[in-house]
Structure formats: structure tokens, C-alpha cells
Ligand binder design. Structure first.
Ligand SMILES: NC(=O)CCC(=O)C(=O)O
Length: 266
């Protein structure tokens, strides 16, 4: 199973519409892959908080511009597409607008197969943490050859989410991110930790460029269930990081070195 991570450049000078078209064409170029992954909030920029509400869009129906473009790209390339995340505009219980950082997964037919609303919002008492509502449900997505477990950026710091995804059957953990350069060492360490402790593939896709003046780490990486790096971006330039995954290898590592079986606390 071939996975391609598109570490797309997010530059505030590029209009969102142009980046959307560019992302769709980058996805189409990955038609040889089975699974393609884009990063977090690549339309607006993960740190462009001031633009979040203006850039918000529904994930279905009229005005779902990113979902429409990504559905078409997935269908044309015939790939499973984790299209990164968008600022989702939804309606609250009293009819008010509420916002989520929502990841979208499309099937090769272009169907919206799953959405995941980011559970852990970044920013402490500012930015995303105050502008967005939190998701509540971990999401695992069965594909023909593997089951994906979905996580978004800051989620990477919360191992209990990844364990819940593993318990839900995930064998390939996808982290879609807009991780900053200044904490690149945490990114590299935590991605490998999540792979080793869950004995799962981790596909961690970041962005290139800078969002609202925050330089990005890039360093998108694919790590196998034994913690070996299969492919990695060495910098924060726009590029594609790709590797072949062997879905059977997850079961082999879990059987040969049965750490998950030895859990005591649940
Ligand atoms: N967009 C994010 O979730 C950023 C997370 C981050 O910067 C960190 O965890 O460090």
C-alpha cells in the first residue's frame, strides 16, 4: 500500500482559491498512491487565527468548496484522500455559528467517508482554543487494507487518544498538522513514540512555509510499527514524502513483540 504525504506550502500571499486548485492538482499527481494525506488547515494556515471565521466553510452542501475540490481530486486520482482539515462552520443548538477544526477523508469514489473534529485545541487561552469548539469522538476509518486512526496536530501530545484509536482497530495513525519549527524536536520524538507504543504505522504530514509569521517545521514523516523511519522530509520546503506500507507488518510486530497484550491499566 503506497502512501504519499503532501507537505504543501502555505503562504499567506497566495489566495486560498489558488492554493485549493494547486492542492487538487498535487493530489492528482499522486494517482499511483493508494492513500494521499494533506496537512492541517492548509487552506487558511493553522496559525492564521484572525482569518479563521472568514475562511470557515461547511463540510457538505452549498459552500463546501474545499470538500468539493478534494472529492473531485480523490475521484480523479482514484485514491483514498485524507484531505487535511478545514475550519468547519456548523450550527449550534441555538442556531448560532460554531467552528471546528475538521479533517476530511474521501474514498476513491469521491465520497466523504469520514470527518474528524479535532479534540485537543491548541493555544491554551488564545487562538484555536477560544475560536473553535472541541470535537468529542475519536475516529477510526476502515480502508480495504488497513484501518486509519485520525489525529490533528496538537492531538499528537495526548497518547490516550492514540491508544483509544488503537483499541478501535487503527493500524495506521494519521497525524495531519501545522507544526511550528520551534518545536520540531517534539514533533520528531512524539511521532516515533506514538508508532512504537501503538505498534502502528504513523503518517505525519506537516506544512511548508510560514502561517501568519509562524515558520513551519515541515519534516513530514512515515514511521513503521517498529519505529523505523521509512521516509522523511528533511526541511520545510514543499515536497511529497512517500513510502510503501505492508499492512500485514502491523499484525506481525504485535504478535512477535506483544506489548499491547501485556497492558494492565485500561
Ligand atoms: N496547530 C497545532 O495544533 C499546533 C500544535 C503545536 O504547536 C504544539 O503542540 O506544539
Amino acid at each position: 500500500m503506497r502512501a504519499s504525504l503532501i507537505q504543501i506550502g502555505v503562504d499567506q500571499d497566495e489566495p486560498v482559491e489558488a492554493r485549493r486548485a494547486r492542492a487538487a492538482s498535487l493530489v492528482r499527481e499522486q494517482a499511483a498512491a493508494d492513500l494521499v494525506v494533506l496537512p492541517e488547515l492548509w487552506t487558511v494556515g493553522a496559525f492564521a487565527f484572525d482569518s479563521f471565521t472568514a475562511a470557515a466553510e461547511p463540510v457538505r452542501g452549498p459552500g463546501a468548496r474545499t470538500a468539493e475540490a478534494m472529492s473531485e481530486a480523490a475521484r480523479e486520482a482514484r485514491v483514498w484522500l485524507h484531505a487535511g482539515s478545514v475550519v468547519e462552520r456548523a450550527t449550534g443548538e441555538s442556531g448560532e455559528a460554531v467552528y471546528y477544526n475538521t479533517a476530511l477523508v474521501f474514498s476513491p469514489d469521491g465520497e466523504l467517508a469520514a470527518t474528524y473534529r479535532k479534540i485537543h485545541r491548541f493555544g491554551f487561552d488564545r487562538g484555536e482554543a477560544t475560536l473553535m469548539s472541541a470535537g468529542a469522538e475519536p475516529v477510526a476509518v476502515p480502508l480495504p487494507d488497513t484501518t486509519l486512526g485520525l489525529a490533528t496536530c496538537y492531538d499528537l501530545r495526548f497518547p490516550e487518544l492514540f491508544r483509544a484509536l488503537t483499541d478501535a482497530g487503527a493500524q495506521t495513525l494519521v497525524v495531519s498538522a501545522g507544526w511550528p519549527e520551534r518545536r520540531a524536536a517534539h514533533w520528531s520524538l512524539l511521532v516515533r513514540a506514538r508508532a512504537v507504543e501503538n505498534q502502528a504505522y504513523v503518517l505525519a504530514c506537516g506544512t511548508a512555509g510560514a502561517h501568519a509569521g509562524v515558520p513551519q517545521a515541515g519534516r513530514s514523516v512515515i514511521v513503521d510499527p517498529w519505529g523505523e523511519t521509512l521516509a522523511e522530509a528533511e526541511d520545510a520546503e514543499e515536497q511529497v514524502v512517500a513510502a510503501d506500507l505492508d499492512p500485514a507488518y502491523v499484525a506481525k510486530v504485535r504478535a512477535d513483540f506483544p506489548v499491547l497484550r501485556d497492558r494492565v491499566l485500561r
